[in-house]
Design a protein around this ligand. Sequence first.
Ligand code: SF4
Length: 420
Amino acid sequence: MSEVSVYIHVPFCLKKCSYCDFYSTNALSVLPAYVSSLQREIEGRTSLSGTPGKAPKKTGTIYFGGGTPSLLPLESVEKILETIYARYQVSQNAEITVEVNPGTVDEPYLAGLKSLGVNRLSIGVQSFDAHKIKVLGRIHTIEQSIEAIGVAKSVGFENIGLDLIYGTPGETREEWIKDLKMALKFKVAHLSCYMLTLESGTPLQAQYKKGLFQLPGPDMLTNLFMATAIFLEQHGYEHYEISNFARGKQNRSRHNSNYWQMIPYDGFGPSAHSFDLLSSKDQDAQNRDARNKDAQGRNIMKSSCLSLVRSWNIADVNAYITSFDGSAGGGVREQEVLSLPQQMLERVMLGLRTSDGFDLTEFEQLMGPRFLQKIVPLMARLEAQELGRVTPGTGKRFVLTLSGRARLDNIVEAFADIIL
Ligand code: SF4
């Protein structure tokens, strides 16, 4: 049986950060009801071990994301993990990650997570610059970030990742490299470096509209992106995904790598997304169910191969909880079936984000040799401009160079023009 990844969305935050447009709430009073609903959702969508004819799915990665998962009391983490272990065949060496906000953790909490089997922490440090932290509206101080990293190490976490943000108002290349140098001091396994984007409806965007600050222009952002990759590679971090760096392949995020390889995942909790592959039999039923979607302009799968289905839960914790009142099902899921070209573009887009690129043989199998010929001139052009290359050897893949990754959006658009 093929594996899935398991994702738990924890939609609680103490305070909204100035740049964030993710769904989250500070209504912590509903946290116990959320946990019960989450357990119900997991139970409703999976099979219990030993159910005749229904083997539980296998999983090798469990990820608590948010929001702020470290607002979950240890008892809640335990309950959720128990439910997952009862409903999935969890591999012995499963990667179990919890995202933590440095302003919400202490030694007993991190030691507790460790004793529950959590073996990877993703710490939302964002920056070691006090001014930047203030601009981003984070709830924690630099001292708390440093403390959280130290405590995580002292209680035995070896697999630690730090999240950092760059491209903030007025940030210079030197300031950003100084931030990175500070992060290097902790010798953590993984670094995620995200470029700040101005999301609509956020306080940061409102300040920008009032002209309170200027953002770095596109050339400066490209400069920062390239500087990040070069600097971190010089210091032993493999640039394996556009925003992600690992100290060696063994420290790549297995959970997120599964996303980029389009391995199915089951997402639970308000606003959580799931992704599944349907067999031809399921697909027939799916296509019948999806007739209404056609009227909404969505593509319906016509091919005889596996179809790809994306689904998502309602982004409202109260509606999510209510949906489980007295009913077996809940979560209020919506879904979308991707057409073959959409599926292919997704593979190309996700592949081009990574140092592994996308698989040309798979492209040929899914789309046919004539279609592969259509993208050959584009790949040749990118190769001539030193933006991409076909890897040598039997398993041919097309990968972007660093300069190519700096122009990812334009390159994906060029592939989309041919594929869709
Ligand atoms: S802690 Fe994370 S999810 Fe919560 S508001 Fe800040 S950036 Fe958004």
